[in-house]
Ligand binder design. Structure first.
Ligand SMILES: [Zn+2]
Length: 289
């Protein structure tokens, strides 16, 4: 496996299944550094980003998607905004209780209180779909799979595997893999059973790729022997905030006139990007009003 961050798209020859595979440790580390991520959040932040990118990959016809995840105790919120071309940005706000956690498993327990809010939008920012879901367990990837089942009635297998390592700056992500497999409508129950049975044997993608002898297609062949998987696309996954003064000017301009007045108070104002903390001065006269 190479060290670049990539998202690859596959489907079976008979078009019964489609799959998305992600490998994105370098991109997650880059983001963690940029947003000064709380080290205790590294694992869950990584899981959340990979899960969000898998779902965004499934919705490639949309321009982008925002995933907003919050729990009662430790983070409120973690946000991932992903674009279908593989660019993403994220933020993670730690709550004070995070400083007192004893073990990472405390965070898992807190995930039982999690809410996930998803908004899909087109190029002009128009909302295409919106949904919210409450956690049914203590796993972030399961929450995303649950969201897909509830919102689209499609059975999706979503597997995310992360490994951390110590680094000079503290903790960083060593490996981050994600796999999403979707059975397309009309696929028989027996085929679905084989798939989930074989998948349950591959518990950990980091271990699966450890020897370096297996690649994505080996993985898909092991999950569904006898199917011919075809790679249809590959995109580079890149962390990039993408904010600018123009971006915020156009966003504010799109608000109703009263809201613009309330926000600007008739003068130039400073706005701070919620993702990267960059500050911009928005000129009142540049706004359409
Ligand atoms: Zn920014």
């Amino acid at each position: 496996m190479n060290s670049q961050s990539t998202m690859r798209f596959f489907h079976t020859k008979g078009a019964d299944f489609r799959a998305i595979f992600i490998s994105m440790a370098p991109s997650i580390n880059e983001a963690a550094q940029k947003i000064s991520l709380h080290p205790y959040l590294t694992f869950h932040f990584g899981e959340n980003v990979v899960s969000a990118m898998l779902v965004a990959g499934l919705h490639r016809q949309a321009f982008g998607e925002v995933f907003h995840l919050n729990t009662k105790k430790y983070f409120d919120p973690m946000i991932v905004e992903s674009r279908s071309i593989g660019i993403w940005r994220a933020s993670a706000k730690a709550l004070p209780a995070l400083a007192e956690i004893q073990e990472m498993s405390d965070i898992h327990e807190d995930l039982a209180t999690a809410f996930l809010h998803v908004t899909r939008f087109d190029k002009s920012g128009k909302i295409l779909a919106k949904g919210s879901i409450q956690s049914q367990g203590t796993s972030i990837p399961d929450l995303y799979a649950w969201y897909l089942l509830q919102s689209e009635q499609v059975h999706t297998h979503l597997q995310v595997s992360l490994r951390l390592k110590d680094s000079a700056g503290g903790i960083e992500v060593d490996k981050a893999y994600g796999l999403l497999i979707e059975a397309l409508p009309g696929v028989g129950e027996n085929k679905k059973f084989i798939l989930s049975d074989n998948l349950s044997r591959i518990k950990n993608l980091c271990e699966y790729f450890e020897s370096g002898e297996k690649d994505n297609l080996d993985l898909l062949d092991d999950i569904f022997p006898g199917e011919q998987w075809i790679q249809s696309d590959e995109v580079k996954v890149r962390y990039e905030c993408g904010c600018s003064a123009e971006y915020y000017t156009s966003k504010i301009s799109a608000l109703p006139a009263e809201q613009i007045e309330e926000l600007m108070n008739g003068a130039d104002q400073t706005v701070e990007c919620g993702f990267c903390d960059q500050k911009y001065i928005i000129r009142y006269e540049d706004l359409k009003h």
